[in-house]
Design a protein. Sequence first.
Length: 572
Amino acid sequence: MAAAGYGKTTALRRWFPPAGARWCRGDDAPVRQLVADAVAAGDRLVVVDDLPPTSAEQLHLLVEEVARWADDVTVILASRWPLSAPTTRLLGSGLWTEVGPADLALPPQRIADLIAEEYGLSTPDLADRLYAATGGWPALVHLSAETLRLGGVPPGPLAPILSEPGGPLARYVADEVLAAQPADANRLLRQVGALAPVSVGLCRALGHRGAPRVIDRLRRTGLLTRTAWAAAGPGAPAPEELFVPIVVETARHGHRAPTADQLRDTAAAAADWYDEHGPPVAAAREYLRARDHAASARVLDAYGDRMIAAGRCTAVAELVRMLPERQRSRRLRLLLGDALRTLGDLGAATREYDAVAEDAWDAGVAWRLGRIHYQRGDARAALAILDRPLARSAPLTDRALLLAWTAHAHLLAGDTDAATACARQALAAATSAGQDDVLACTHLSVALCLSVAGRHLPERCGGDLHRQRVGLLRPERGALVQRGRLPPGQLDVRRERRRQAAERAGGRVVLLDRGSVGAVLRTVVAAIAVPGHAAVNNHSVKECPCIHAGALPWTAVSAAPTDVTAPTPALD
């Protein structure tokens, strides 16, 4: 079931070739009669394509009749109209299965292959941009690619350009997609289309009383989709439901554009709803659209770290930059630097931190700048920054992080004694502060220093040390769960053992190390930045917003089951 152009018939002909199935057109006769005639003729696989709107009663009778037949009979129904699901009893019996738009949409990699092979388009990132505009809707992808082949690839968002009134894409969407939708669905598309994520609660807050029914229809037909970005994976934003942008743009054709006051009122109402229900990044964005800069700054100040943890680094950077200068507090300027650093733009992050440092030098600026030099492998520059006298006393959290990064820089310089001393001071400060993410970072620092020094970190006990010292910091919020891979030879454990170890450790993420725990810690801490962004993926450790400000406390245990319960050695 999906709207026109999702490739239902193409997929069915690939899955059920006409040579081995009875194919019927849904408008030739009532569906129950079509299926009964085919079965009477000896067919056991019946495909009814292009089924018109069909009542729940008709479907119920069909399913019950199929269930009564002595021989196994498979009936496939394809329709662009939402079909009423049978009763719960029939759904639970396994007699009814739905394939929807999410199963038919083209993922970004498939779009990249298609536009290169069939249209000769190989512009970098074009597949992701097309996916963003079309949601992977096959017909829209093909029409968009043909338009771009003929007219060239423009910069910026593609949806407004591809859906220009009178163009082939706009005509197709208007005639084949929007014409099949009821008036209240088109009205909701025009008002809510630019908002994301979309939910029943949001639509109700904006005055759409029939939202549950309309949202269900738009979701099942594929106008409301859940993104599956090419970048999906550790550290990527969680998928959100949003309307296909090209459809939204086309739905507005021929209708009077809302006034500035109307747009502001809609944004303000949406912002208030997002502020209460989440996600914060949507609240901050809509407050900006409503020109409530103070409210947007408040949300960013309160939730900016969590936004970065959820993979919204680009959004955080854009939102902070859109705020008027007077609303950019010291905290938000540091947040902007954190977002840029997480995106890998160390130069831009350094410039932001330097600008903050010009106003006042403190531990929060020091550990951030020192960390950047550490990442670049410059221990001398890192220590020069980290050892610089502070103009004022530091909060315990910033002091703990300053000491932790000083320990890492000393290790990079080869001074294990100084590193260990700093790491222990960092742990003491973090323990007093009582903030889980900072405490996790300092436990890692101590473990790393001791392992490099070769002291008090027995091989069979190291995993459980990490479990009890870091794994006890349970995440209290929803967090990205990642299965990590360390360099070859360090991680090679079957899924079941990983699951069992995770249950015993009680952590949300488990890194199973069959080799030296010291090697694991050296690799991980070299990339971690708490509040920071360590991720392990594809046999390498890379930075991404997976662990940030306590959003994802995590655990490392050794592969051997006996090691999970080994006694914890004293840190001293």
